[in-house]
Design a protein around this ligand. Structure first.
Ligand SMILES: *Cc1c(COP(=O)(O)O)cnc(C)c1O
Length: 373
C-alpha cells in the first residue's frame, strides 16, 4: 500500500472550526471586531505598535512598498533565493528589484553583497528570513543606517523566530507576515503588515481599504487604493491560530528534531541549519541538500513521497530573464544552493511514523544515487 503523506498540512482544530462558525452566525463578515482583535494580538505578539491585516502576504509587501513611497526609478535590493512575491512587489510600483547573492549556510542575503549593489537610486532593502532562519539583522541595520535606506522585513516564513532574543518582524521600518495554508499559522489566505511607524500604519490602512483616510467617511477616497481587506472569517481563524502559535512552533521543532535524528551524518545529505547562540529558527519547511537533486526528486516521488523544488532562483524565472537579461552564473551561491535543496513533507501534526517512513525512503534513494557514482 502506498502511504499518502502530504508536503504540508495546516493544523486546524475544533476551536478554529468553532471560531469560524461563530463569526458566520453573527452575520458580521467584514470590517468588524475580529480583524481589530487579530491585529491587536498580532502586534503584541511581535512586539510592535501597529498591525494591519490584509488578504495576502503579497498584498502586505505591496503596501509596504507603497507606504514607503517607493516608485519608478527607485531600486530595491533583495535576495534572489526567495518566494517570487518578495521581488515582484517592487515591480508592482515600477521600481527595480536588484539582487544581492546569499550566504551558503543561512541561505539569507549576504550583507557584504548588499553593499556592492548600492547606487544613488537605492531606496530600500527587502530583508528575507528564508525558511524561518533569521538574517544578520545587525549587519543589515548598519548598512541601512550608513546609506540612509529603508528596510522591509519579509518575515512571511519566520513567525516566532528570534534574533538575539527579539522576535523577527520588529527590527526595521515595517515587516510582513503571510498566512497561506503552508505557513506555520494560517487564515486560509491572509497577510499582516507590522510596524512601529504611525505614518506607514495609516497609509497601509488607507491603501488596504480603497484609499479612504483612516478617519474618513465610507465613500470619501483621498488616494488611489485597493481592496486588500481581510474578512472577519479569516480574522477569526487568525485569532485562534495565533493563540496556539507556541504549541504549533513547538510541534514543528519536534518534527525537525525527529528528521535530524534520522538524517544527521548521512553521507550525501545535508540537514538544515539549526538555532545558534544568536538566533532561534521558526521551522517553516524541512529542506535538505542532496547530491543529484533531479534524480533524487524523481526517485523519491516514485516511492510515493512528495517533495518540492525549494527554491528556484528568482532571477532565473522566465520573466526576470526576459525583462532584465539575467542568466546562469549571475548569482553563483544562490544557484549552487538552489541546485541542491529539496523540501521534504513537513507539518505541525506530522507523526513519528510518517517521519520515519519518509526518512526510510529518503535514505533508500540516497543510497541508490550513491551506488551509481
Ligand atoms: C509566502 C510568502 C510570501 C507571500 O505570501 P502570500 O500570502 O502567498 O501572498 C512572501 N514572501 C515569502 C518569503 C513567502 O514565503
Amino acid at each position: 500500500m502506498i502511504r499518502k503523506i502530504p508536503l504540508s498540512s495546516p493544523m486546524i482544530e475544533q476551536d478554529d472550526i468553532q471560531a469560524v462558525v461563530d463569526v458566520l452566525k453573527t452575520r458580521w463578515l467584514s470590517l468588524g471586531p475580529k480583524v481589530m482583535e487579530f491585529e491587536e494580538k498580532f502586534a503584541k505578539y511581535i512586539g510592535c505598535k501597529y498591525a494591519v491585516a490584509v488578504n495576502s502576504g503579497t498584498s502586505a509587501l505591496h503596501l509596504c512598498i507603497k507606504s514607503l513611497g517607493i516608485g519608478p526609478g527607485d531600486e530595491v535590493i533583495t535576495s534572489p533565493f526567495t518566494f517570487v512575491a518578495t521581488a515582484n512587489c517592487a515591480l508592482f510600483e515600477g521600481a527595480t528589484p536588484v539582487f544581492a547573492d546569499i550566504e551558503l549556510d543561512t541561505y539569507n542575503i549576504d550583507p557584504v553583497k548588499i553593499e556592492d549593489k548600492i547606487t544613488d537610486k537605492t531606496k530600500a532593502i527587502i530583508d528575507v528570513d528564508i525558511f524561518g532562519v533569521p538574517s544578520n539583522k545587525d549587519a543589515i541595520r548598519a548598512i541601512a543606517e550608513k546609506h540612509g535606506l529603508k528596510v522591509i522585513e519579509d518575515t512571511a516564513e519566520a513567525i516566532g523566530a528570534e534574533y538575539k532574543e527579539k522576535r523577527v518582524g520588529s527590527f526595521f521600518d515595517c515587516s510582513i507576515f503571510a498566512f497561506y495554508p503552508n505557513k506555520q499559522m494560517t487564515t486560509g489566505e491572509g497577510g499582516m503588515i507590522v510596524t512601529d511607524n504611525k505614518e506607514i500604519y495609516e497609509l497601509a490602512v488607507s491603501y488596504r481599504n480603497q484609499g479612504r483616510a483612516v478617519d474618513s467617511k465610507w465613500l470619501d477616497h483621498v488616494r488611489l487604493g485597493y481592496n486588500y481587506r481581510l474578512s472577519e472569517i479569516n480574522s477569526a481563524l487568525g485569532i485562534t491560530q495565533l493563540s496556539k502559535i507556541d504549541k504549533i512552533l513547538d510541534k514543528r521543532q519536534k518534527v525537525a528534531e525527529e528528521y535530524n535524528r534520522h538524517l544527521n551524518g548521512i553521507t550525501g545529505i545535508k540537514t538544515p541549519i539549526e538555532s545558534t547562540q544568536d538566533f532561534k529558527v521558526s521551522w517553516f519547511v524541512y529542506v535538505i541538500e542532496v547530491i543529484n537533486k533531479e534524480m533524487f526528486m524523481k526517485r523519491l516521488t516514485e516511492k510515493g513521497i512528495q517533495c518540492a523544488d525549494y527554491f528556484r532562483p528568482v532571477h532565473l524565472m522566465k520573466f526576470y530573464r526576459e525583462k532584465f537579461g539575467f542568466k546562469e552564473g549571475d548569482y553563483p551561491i544562490c544557484e549552487e544552493v538552489a541546485a541542491k535543496t529539496v523540501a521534504l513533507p513537513f507539518y505541525s501534526n506530522m507523526t513519528k511514523e510518517d517521519i520515519d517512513f519518509v526518512c526510510q525512503k529518503v535514505i533508500e534513494v540516497n543510497n541508490e544515487i550513491q551506488n551509481l557514482t
